[in-house]
Design a protein around this ligand. Structure first.
Ligand code: NCD
Ligand code: ZN
Length: 347
């Protein structure tokens, strides 16, 4: 029996589009279903200034397919020499919607990020004053800390102290992967939000490691134990305003994923909405998918929800999407949940 639901058009509050040939190849995958996305600034070199963000936005708009309606929401990559006045001007002009904090060395192209939060306090104070959100990659980089503990340790040793020091700063905990992250976001008050990816609702670390290493399930923060996946599912499907979709769709060409030192990132832009319909249906929460994917994010960012709608249809037979996207930079494997999915997005 076919079943269907209609939602306001969703937005993606954490997305990697890259640049050049990769941008050209992956942008249509997001623009097909999403109205807006917060665009991550970890290019090489990173998007640090307002002028660089304006140029990057123009390259994104130029790469959009004919007739697509998609609005990139730009971010700046925070460094220890970021100029608070440049940030304020980029925000005042409407160009920049958030600033991204990467602890130096935490993930892909983060070496220019922040070593010492003290050094960026003047920028953060300015952001608190003007209401510009800080998106945080929440992992410590101390080699002594086990990779599976890095999010929880970050919350205790970096995020919580920062928020006590500057309670008026609006913060988004990006791609939370633990119960600790979900709990902290739940209790954090109205200045705190958290994005959750599609893939962290689907895989735990066993999926990545048991029966052979699955490079296309490797991302950062790395998938954790099953109890954490279940905590993320409970958070996302609760409808609570604190949690919203940030796919963290992060394309890398297959040659760099299937590699002796494989890159981190899952590419989910193509099938995210179908996968989310499956997940929310499984948890008896289809009526809360719109909160997670279309309403909570705009409310946090102070933007209107989208007026247009999309229709998700459940079919009798499993639905299929391309196994790979063939970009001019090389093939990119689309995230495979490992089970049949009967949902699709219909025009
Ligand atoms: C992202 C990327 O490839 O840029 N990778 C990832 O595994 N998520 C960076 C990030 O968001 O950590
Ligand atoms: Zn990311």
């Amino acid at each position: 029996m076919t079943q269907e639901i209609t939602l306001r058009r969703p937005d993606d509050w954490h997305l990697h589009l890259r640049d050049g040939a990769m941008l050209q190849g992956v942008l249509p995958e997001t623009a097909r279903h999403f109205a807006r996305a917060i665009i991550m600034p970890n290019l090489v070199p990173p998007v640090v200034t307002g002028a660089q963000a304006a140029q990057y936005r123009d390259r994104i708009l130029a790469a959009l397919p004919e007739g697509a309606s998609f609005q990139p929401l730009m971010t700046l990559y925070l460094t220890e020499s970021t100029d608070a006045e440049d940030v304020a001007a980029a925000h005042a002009s409407g160009l920049v919607k958030a600033v991204k904090l990467y602890p130096a060395g935490a993930t892909t192209n983060s070496h220019g990020g922040v070593h010492d939060v003290d050094k960026v306090m003047p920028v953060l104070e300015k952001m608190a004053q003007i209401g510009l959100p800080l998106c945080v990659h929440g992992e410590v980089t101390d080699p002594q800390v086990d990779i599976f503990d890095r999010e929880a340790v970050f919350i205790d040793t970096v995020l919580d102290p920062l928020r006590r020091r500057l309670p008026s700063l609006r913060v988004v905990m990006e791609h939370i992967t633990t119960q600790d992250g979900a709990d902290y976001a739940r209790d954090g008050g109205p200045n705190l939000g958290a994005t959750i990816t599609t893939h962290h609702l689907i895989i735990n670390r066993n999926h990545m490691l048991v029966g052979g290493i699955k490079p296309h399930y490797y991302c950062l923060p790395v998938a954790k134990r099953e109890k954490h996946r279940l905590a993320l599912r409970a958070a996302a499907t609760s409808g609570a305003g604190r949690y919203f979709l940030g796919t963290d769709s992060a394309p890398h060409v297959d040659a760099l994923k299937e590699h002796a030192c494989g890159c981190a990132g899952c590419f989910t832009a193509t099938n995210t909405m179908a996968l989310l319909a499956h997940v929310f249906e499984e948890d008896g929460a289809l009526d809360r998918l719109e909160d997670f994917a279309s309403l909570n994010g705009p409310a946090f960012y102070g933007l209107p929800a989208n007026e247009a709608c999309i229709r998700l249809v459940k079919h009798d037979s499993p639905q299929h999407w391309p196994e790979k996207i063939f970009t001019e930079a090389g093939p990119v494997t689309v995230f495979n949940p490992g089970y049949p999915v009967h949902w699709s997005v219909e025009a």
